[in-house]
Design a protein around this ligand. Structure first.
Ligand SMILES: Nc1ccn([C@@H]2O[C@H](COP(=O)(O)O)[C@@H](O)[C@H]2O)c(=O)n1
Ligand SMILES: C[C@@]1(CO)OP(=O)(O)OP(=O)(O)OC[C@H]1O
Length: 161
C-alpha cells in the first residue's frame, strides 16, 4: 500500500506601503504589499510549510532562516521549488492541496487560476490537484482592518511507487 501523509501550513504577513503584493507567484495590483524577508508570498509559504509538515521536517523558517542575507528578497516560487525537490528525494509526490487565503481586499478570485497554474507547474502535478480559495474576515481583526493577510493550507502527499 502507498503511504499517505498529511501536512498543514499557516502563515501571516503584514501589509505595508511600497511593497509588491505577490500571492501564489502572481503580482496583484494593490495599494500595499506584504512585508517579509522574502517576497512574503503568504500562500506559497503556507503550502511550503504544509509539505514540510507532511515530511515531518519542521518548518519553513528552519529550512530558510529569515536571518540569512543570501535569501533576502528571495522569490517564494524558488523556496517551494527547493522543498519540492526535497519531497521527491524522500520519495513522495503531491496528492492534493487545499488552501484558503484570508484577505479583506483586493479580490483574489480573478487571480486564482493563474496561481493554481504556477503552483501545479512547480510541484509537477495536475492543476485539478490544487484548490485555492479566498475569504474576507468580514472586516474583523487585523485582516479585516487590512493590516495583514493570512493563509492556511493542507496537503496530502503520497509515496512514489
Ligand atoms: N480577498 C478576497 C476575499 C473573498 N473573495 C471572494 O469573495 C467571496 C465572498 O467572500 P466572503 O468573505 O464575503 O465570504 C469568496 O467566496 C471569494 O470567492 C475574493 O475573491 N478575494
Ligand atoms: C520565508 C522566510 C525566509 O525568507 O522569510 P519571510 O519572508 O519573512 O517569511 P515567513 O513566513 O516569516 O517564513 C520564514 C522565513 O524564514
Amino acid at each position: 500500500m502507498q503511504a499517505l501523509k498529511i501536512g498543514h501550513g499557516y502563515d501571516v504577513h503584514e501589509l505595508v506601503a511600497n511593497r509588491d503584493l505577490i500571492i501564489g507567484g502572481v503580482k496583484i495590483p494593490y495599494e500595499k504589499g506584504l512585508l517579509g524577508h522574502s517576497d512574503a508570498d503568504v500562500l506559497l509559504h503556507a503550502i511550503t510549510d504544509a509539505i514540510i509538515g507532511a515530511l515531518g521536517m519542521g518548518d519553513i523558517g528552519h529550512a530558510f532562516p529569515d536571518t540569512d542575507p543570501e535569501t533576502q528578497g528571495i522569490a517564494s516560487t524558488k523556496i517551494l521549488a527547493d522543498i519540492y525537490q526535497v519531497m521527491v528525494e524522500k520519495g513522495y509526490r503531491i496528492g492534493n492541496i487545499d488552501a484558503t487565503i484570508l484577505a479583506e481586499a483586493p479580490k483574489m478570485a480573478p487571480h486564482l487560476q493563474e496561481m493554481k497554474q504556477i503552483i501545479a507547474e512547480i510541484l509537477k502535478t495536475e492543476i485539478e490537484n490544487i484548490n485555492i480559495k479566498a475569504t474576507t474576515t468580514e472586516k474583523l481583526g487585523f485582516i479585516g482592518r487590512r493590516e495583514g493577510m493570512a493563509c492556511e493550507a493542507v496537503v496530502l502527499i503520497s509515496q512514489l511507487s
